[in-house]
Design a protein around this ligand. Structure first.
Ligand SMILES: Cc1cc2nc3c(=O)[nH]c(=O)nc-3n(C[C@H](O)[C@H](O)[C@H](O)COP(=O)(O)OP(=O)(O)OC[C@H]3O[C@@H](n4cnc5c(N)ncnc54)[C@H](O)[C@@H]3O)c2cc1C
Length: 221
């Protein structure tokens, strides 16, 4: 994820540090909704007491910043972005009291970057787990088309850009089920690393257990 934070701003535009925490800016310089986790997008409607107090002292809450930024875009003044994408630092976990006040999202809402990502990884890893050990030319061609389409079509543009860069340095290996599963695992690990998440051990046995066979204790049978 490209960074942000305290970079100085171009003339007349707010600094990156004035963006709401975790908000991702797309290639067009505007906030990218499908690139942003919902918890970092939705302005908080109920403010914790402490924040209400500080806002009366002249500071702004993340929700207020979001609203101000949206207003800037709505009026065409926009937030300038110096790189193709920008992400403000993820917020530190909120205290329990604050978390309890957070908005609960209805299940039928459009996906955010996390829901879309999780669903996509599920599809890709499962498809790889059921890919033939000895794929035909048709299998290989179709799998390559599917994977090469992602950097072009994946709705989270910043994710797609990262994936495209990764695929340039490490092209897809569609030569067998094991090779494809490991390649996908490494791609997923590249994202995990970027997001500060735990890496998965890319052994076919582990991947099969997670995406095809379930644990040996039979708990998923
Ligand atoms: C192509 C792509 C690019 C993305 N790029 C970004 C991005 O740039 N920024 C961003 O914020 N989000 C990105 N995402 C979304 C991100 O990867 C996660 O899907 C999202 O943060 C939700 O994470 P999660 O913790 O629910 O688990 P996920 O990362 O969605 O993983 C789902 C499950 O997969 C298993 N798993 C984890 N790692 C591996 C692995 N290496 N191999 C096999 N199985 C594994 C685990 O059991 C895990 O519970 C991207 C998603 C995709 C598909």
């Amino acid at each position: 994820m490209s960074a942000t934070g305290n970079a100085s701003s171009p003339s007349g535009s707010p600094s990156k540090s004035s963006l709401p925490p975790g908000m991702v800016i797309g290639p067009d310089g505007k906030p990218c909704k499908i690139c942003t986790a919902f918890r970092n997008w939705k302005p908080r409607t109920e403010k914790p007491k402490q924040q209400t107090q500080s806002s009366s002292q002249g500071t702004t809450t993340p929700g207020q910043k979001t609203a101000a930024m949206m207003a800037a875009f709505a009026t065409g003044t926009g937030f300038a972005s110096t790189s193709q994408q920008t992400t403000t630092p993820a917020p530190t976990p909120a205290p329990v009291q604050e978390q309890e006040q957070e908005y609960t999202r209805p299940a039928n809402c459009p996906p955010d970057v996390e829901q879309l990502g999780s669903a996509t990884w599920t599809f890709l890893h499962t498809t790889a787990a059921y890919y033939p050990d000895a794929p035909t030319m048709a299998h290989r061609v179709n799998m390559l088309s599917l994977l090469r389409a992602l950097p072009v079509l994946y709705p989270c543009s910043t994710c797609a850009t990262h994936l495209g860069e990764e695929m340039k340095t490490r092209p897809p290996d569609v030569s067998s089920r094991g090779a494809l599963s490991r390649w996908l695992c490494e791609q997923h690990n590249a994202v995990n690393t970027r997001l500060g998440k735990e890496r998965f051990e890319c052994m076919v046995e582990k991947l099969d257990e997670r995406w095809k066979d379930g644990p040996k204790d039979g708990s998923c049978d």
